[in-house]
Design a protein around this ligand. Structure first.
Ligand code: C2E
Ligand code: CA
Ligand code: CA
Ligand code: CA
Length: 277
């Protein structure tokens, strides 16, 4: 995952007009890339606590330039959110994910795949309608597609987000709140949004098993349990962290310790070999 040094996405030029022109360039580049479908999804596995059995995948977008360079989502998602290009890109991501889920389903695999959805996508009043239309066209049964959403400053039209999340949930597309425990995901949102899962941010997982960190994670898991939520711990990198999370009440684990994001072929192989050995 190499990043382009000084690329059009390094928008930190001190000279304002140069910055403006590089922003325009970045926007045009991204437009072209969406039209040329230069994006792929990689799939990071999630596992049940305790059994450590595969429980699902999270789809993460990658921008593969024609010259082979790969641009990380952290370098273009925020820009795409600012320009509104996340709407077109988000539709492309949904298409790619549904195609992959269909392929797995045709192979007899039944495992949920979560896609990341930007709050900006919910500013489009027909976001949920369109997603459900596509899902219906795909002929997939309920429960195979999930979404993950991060609260953000962009979540200004909360009523609109709420309405659409409820629509999706009622149609069998559950939602996870991403990055819980950062400033971006709050208890207020937890109370207001219809979610099924909390994803504990890596910053909560990283200091485990230190006692202060463990106390916070334990209390969060207890809160989640009392609200009937699943708790996915993300960014699990060490066995000590995994063991602490299992003891403290998380329900699922995700992170480099158990599985990195995988190319589609590698994710397919993991699916086919689960349960063996
Ligand atoms: P996220 O949704 O919180 O995803 C987790 C990020 O942490 C991913 O980075 C993943 O590769 C990385 N990660 C997973 N396990 C570990 C670990 O054990 N240690 C460490 N250090 N990192 C780990 P990635 O793929 O670069 O994605 C970054 C962010 O970009 C995502 O954070 C998400 O907010 C956004 N993003 C990714 N794909 C999409 C997408 O399709 N749509 C939208 N709207 N946003 C996306
Ligand atoms: Ca996520
Ligand atoms: Ca996250
Ligand atoms: Ca994140």
């Amino acid at each position: 995952a190499k990043q382009i040094p000084g690329s059009a996405f390094a928008l930190f030029d001190p000279q304002l007009d140069r910055r403006a022109s590089s922003m325009l360039q970045a926007e045009q580049l991204l437009d072209k890339a969406v039209r040329a479908r230069e994006f792929q999804l990689v799939y990071q596995p999630k596992f049940h606590c305790g059994s450590r059995q595969l429980s699902g995948f999270e789809a993460l977008v990658r921008w593969q330039r024609p010259d082979g360079q790969r641009i990380s989502p952290a370098d273009f998602i925020p820009a795409a959110e600012r320009t509104g290009q996340i709407l077109a890109l988000g539709e492309l991501i949904i298409d790619i994910a549904l195609q992959q889920i269909r392929q797995w389903h045709q192979q007899g695999q039944v495992l949920p795949v979560a896609i990341n959805v930007s709050p900006v996508q919910f500013t489009h009043p027909r976001f949920a309608d369109r997603l459900l239309e596509r899902l219906a066209q795909s002929g997939l049964p309920r429960g195979l597609l999930e979404i993950e959403i991060t609260e953000s400053a962009a979540m200004t039209e909360l009523d609109e987000v709420l309405r659409q999340l409820e629509q999706l949930g009622a149609a069998g597309v559950p939602c996870a709140m991403d990055d819980f425990g950062t400033g971006q995901s709050s208890l207020t949102m937890l109370r207001k949004l219809p979610i099924r899962t909390l994803k504990l941010d890596r910053s909560m997982v990283e200091p485990l098993p230190r006692p202060e960190a463990a106390a916070i994670v334990e209390a969060t898991c207890a809160l989640g349990r009392s609200l009937n939520l699943e708790i996915v711990a993300e960014g699990v990198e060490t066995e000590e962290q995994a063991a602490a999370l299992e003891r403290l009440g998380a329900t699922h684990l995700q992170g480099y310790l158990l599985g990195r994001p995988l190319e589609p072929a590698a994710a397919t192989a993991l699916l086919q070999h689960r349960g063996e050995d």
